[in-house]
Design a protein around this ligand. Structure first.
Ligand code: ADP
Ligand code: MG
Length: 141
């Protein structure tokens, strides 16, 4: 195991229902440290770039519209095995399939409005963090 960083987004459905603190409590309870965090209004261009890997998928337009529909909270999480651990804490993409105790089981509204994003690999974590944070905004320790 290695100390890793992963990129997280608390999505518009979470900011609009005022559950970002409740979600952060689950993140922290899992042993992940929030080493950077800010609330932003994502632009269309940022959302399209962030989800470019899904641009051919039928839900791409809906996904981008959702991500710019309200503010989001972008975060860097740090911990042992942080990338896989956060995916586990998030739960399955579709909340109907998410395990008990996961963020999406507790908070997600649907497969689209599913409360959180987490990086799926070390390479993507690095790229996603770099899209929204400069290194001096990330304070470990
Ligand atoms: P994850 O966020 O679990 O990594 P994906 O990378 O497959 O999931 O998809 C990215 C995001 O696109 C999902 O979190 C969700 O918001 C949205 N999405 C995925 N599948 C669908 C779908 N079938 N319909 C609507 N939105 C979807
Ligand atoms: Mg994904």
């Amino acid at each position: 195991m290695a100390l890793e960083r992963t990129f997280s987004i608390l999505k518009p459905d979470a900011t609009q229902r005022n559950v970002t603190g409740a979600i952060n409590a689950l993140i922290e309870a899992a042993g992940l440290k929030i080493v950077a965090q800010k609330r932003i209004q994502m632009s269309l261009g940022e959302a399209r770039r962030f989800y470019a890997v899904h641009k051919e998928r039928p839900f791409f337009g809906e996904l981008v519209d959702f991500m710019v529909s309200a503010p989001v909270v972008v975060q860097v999480l740090e911990g042992e095995n942080a990338i896989a651990k956060y995916r586990e804490v998030m739960g399955a993409t579709n909340p109907a399939q998410a395990a008990d105790g996961t963020i999406r089981k507790q908070f997600a509204l649907s497969v689209g409005e599913n409360s959180v994003h987490g990086s799926d690999s070390a390479d993507n974590a690095k790229l996603e963090i770099a899209q929204f944070f400069s290194e001096n905004e990330i304070i470990s320790g």
